[in-house]
Design a protein. Structure first.
Length: 118
């Protein structure tokens, strides 16, 4: 699976952004998908994830109620809607996929930078 993340940019606190993760070379239908982020000097963290069948989602406490993960398997694309952005959301955001039955994320996109100014 090849993943292409896009949609990052520079916004002000309180603004919204929608990130996209487009997959190619293989269908995402059998993959869970996660959005991760890594801020300067910090470890990478899992922000949100969605199961392969879109039945379940999960979120980091820091983004609950503000971020929404979704996916369109017909378009082979996943999204991360980010609302009420805060300066602490500033990071490089990555999408990654995990094959059904696997315990690790195996394929990663290149990352897209989100910068939130105060």
């Amino acid at each position: 699976v090849q993943l292409q993340a896009s949609g990052g940019g520079l916004v002000q606190a309180g603004d919204s952004l929608r990130l996209s993760c487009a997959a190619s070379r293989r269908s995402l239908r059998n993959y869970s998908l996660g959005w991760f982020r890594q801020a300067p000097g910090k470890e990478r963290e899992l922000v949100a994830s969605v199961s392969y069948n879109i039945v379940s989602t999960s979120y980091a406490d820091s983004v609950k109620g503000r971020f929404t993960i979704s996916r369109d398997n017909a378009k082979n694309t996943a999204y991360l809607q980010m609302n009420t952005l805060k300066p602490e959301d500033t990071a490089v955001y990555y999408c990654a996929t995990k094959l059904l039955g696997s315990s690790t994320y195996d394929y990663w996109g290149q990352g897209t930078l989100v910068t939130v100014s105060s």
